[in-house]
Design a protein around this ligand. Sequence first.
Ligand code: ZN
Length: 195
Amino acid sequence: MIAKVWNKVWKFTGVDQTNIYFLDLDKKIIIDCGNRSDNNLAEQFLGKAVDFNQIQIVIFTHLHYDHIGCFDLFKNAKFYASSEEIEDFKARKTVVGNLKEEFLQKLDLKLKPIELIFEDLTISGLKIVKTPGHTRGSLCVWYPEEQILFSGDTLFGNKMFGRTDLPTSVPFELNKSIVKLVDYNFRILCPGHDY
Ligand SMILES: [Zn+2]
C-alpha cells in the first residue's frame, strides 16, 4: 500500500494500481492524487510518511479522474498541471469518471498552469517534461539528482505506453514523447499505475 521507492521518494498504490507519489525535497511535493475511493487509505498510509498540511506543491501529470481523486487531502498546497491540460479539464473534455461536478469545480478554482513556475527554473531540483500523447497536456517529472522519472500514464513499467484513444489524446504525438523520455536514461521509473 505504501512503499519507499528511494531516498526521499514514497509511493502509495491504491485502486486500479494507481500511484500517488510523495517527494520529501526542500519543498514537500505530491505527484498525482489517485482515485476518489482511496481518500481514506491514502490518508491512513501516506499520512505516516508526511503531514498532509505540510504539502506545498501538487503536480498533476494529467487530469484524468484517477489522478485527481484525493486532491482535497492537501489543504495548503498549490496545484499545478500544464496549461493545455487545465484548458481541457475546465472544458470537461478530459475523462472525469463519476466525480461530481461540484468536486471538479473545487479543483477548477485551484489549478495553476505549471508554466508559471517552471518557465526557466526547476522547483526543488525537479524538471517538467511535456509529453503529449495519452492526453494533449500530459507531462512527466524528472528528478535528475536521483535519475528518477515520474511518467504518469505516458510510459508504464513493462515498457507499455498509455492509451491514446481517449477524448483528449493526441496519438500522433506519443512517439515523439517516448523518444524524448528515452533520452533521460532514467534509473528508476515511477509510472502513474503499476500495471
Ligand atoms: Zn490517464
